[in-house]
Design a protein around this ligand. Sequence first.
Ligand code: AP5
Length: 215
Amino acid sequence: MRLIFLGPPGAGKGTQARFICQRFGIPQISTGDMLRAAVSAGSDLGLLVKAAMESGGLVTDDVIIRLVRERTDEPDCINGYLLDGFPRTMAQAEALDAAQIVIDAVVEIEVPDDEIVRRLSGRRSHPASGRVYHTVNNPPKSDGFDDITGEPLIQRDDDREDVIRKRLKTFHAQTAVLSSYYSGKTNADPDFIKVNGFRPIDEVKADIVGQLERL
Ligand code: AP5
């Protein structure tokens, strides 16, 4: 099973990806998590991408395409994977096509911009595991700490309102076009599933799982 999750920043891609990956036994490949790990490790890749991420822009296509290609070649991807945050530009989608990677389904999660700002301002993350919480909608059992490890949660540097608005602008300018690109594909191309993400987390989850199980 190879899946792509599309949607604006804060739509709930990471939240839902965790459920789906558990359900179908496939790894979650989050380009955002991989890039943040590189930034905090201070690696060459991290130094290269830090400025773009902090400003709410995109990392260049060639860097991202190479990163995803290396990750999907790893042995745990043999039975499939979920791409969370990739592709994000037409060039990235075309690179997948050119590599003749067969995608089974594209899941688009739709959420209005105002709700995005509210969600991302309240998001708290556990970087080591990728688990995400929300101070109001999905709080941890103990305020400020991860449910499983008890380690402190962090607020992402790009979850400040000015950067959130820039990320939304980037999404509408460069990524939104992928919705019509994938929904317009036919025949042997991936199934396209659109879900309303402006509902409680469990409802969105049931909708996505139900639609994927029917495929
Ligand atoms: P990335 O980490 O991919 O960020 P993003 O796409 O902006 O997505 P987010 O992680 O912010 O949101 P999400 O949809 O996963 O929402 P979440 O589940 O956390 O990318 C970061 C940066 O890296 C980019 O800006 C770019 O610079 C670079 N980058 C990454 N990939 C790239 C690429 N392919 N090309 C170029 N550059 C790239 O949920 C958000 C909050 O809402 C949480 O608090 C959650 O608890 C809450 N929530 C979730 N669902 C619900 C719900 N149904 N109701 C209420 N609250 C909810």
